[in-house]
Design a protein around this ligand. Sequence first.
Ligand SMILES: NC(=O)c1ccc[n+]([C@@H]2O[C@H](COP(=O)([O-])OP(=O)(O)OC[C@H]3O[C@@H](n4cnc5c(N)ncnc54)[C@H](OP(=O)(O)O)[C@@H]3O)[C@@H](O)[C@H]2O)c1
Length: 247
Amino acid sequence: MLQGKNAVITGARKGIGRATVETFAKNGANIWACAREKDMAFESDMETLSRRYQVWIHPIYFEITDETQVKAGIQKIAKERQSVDILVNNAGEAKYDSFILMPFERLRHMVDVNYIAPLYLTQLIVRRMTRNPNGGSIIFLSSVAGLGAELGNTAYGGSKSAIAHATKVLSKELAEYRIRVNAVAPGLVNTDMKKEADELYWENMIKQIYIKRMAEPEEIANMICFLASDLASYVNGQVIRVDGGMG
Ligand SMILES: NC(=O)c1ccc[n+]([C@@H]2O[C@H](COP(=O)([O-])OP(=O)(O)OC[C@H]3O[C@@H](n4cnc5c(N)ncnc54)[C@H](OP(=O)(O)O)[C@@H]3O)[C@@H](O)[C@H]2O)c1
């Protein structure tokens, strides 16, 4: 599905990002796999995937909220003189607090890491992507938490709602460059992120899911792969729920 395409994927070390790297590699994409810090286990994991699927996977390191580090990471990518065809803005963090008790800094951090940081990275990449004759595909990770109004979600849900809004605006602005912009809004996914809330929260959430289980990260990666591919050539400006049926 992605043969001959080059993709930047953030948050590639674990969870949905790691699953997306493997799904993309399996489908023939070359990848710049972005992680926060240099890590030998990550490098060897990426090398194994690269050999298994016969694609190149280059680790790139930056803290996504640090603009200097992000810029340096993108410069490394630029030096390779390859087109960037796909950007998956996956890195993100979740924290849940009742609004009254929430440390205010939490709100700033959620907006910083889940909204401002991916948009900064996207701007740097888009400035290159506009030169591609065949455009490109950008995928953001929103969340059902940003589409509904769950308790304790002012900060995280707000940041994910904002990124869903940016998806729609950018899909209009970038269409003239043949760049499609979409978002995936997962429900509950079996990754480390679920540790951020207690068991009771998840038990209640699973009760609301029609198929009565959480998603595996690969099930989210499959949708990201579809949106990145030419099979989704007419899908633009969408925030697609991958939640097992909810509500
Ligand atoms: N899991 C869910 O139920 C769920 C539901 C809806 C949406 N999502 C969204 O899906 C995306 C992936 O989540 P996940 O479940 O895979 O979470 P995860 O397992 O916690 O992985 C998050 C990844 O993002 C990276 N990251 C976080 N903050 C970063 C920063 N400041 N700079 C650079 N990298 C950073 C982490 O890097 P390190 O490896 O260095 O920690 C990690 O690789 C997120 O945007 C999340 O909001 C998840």
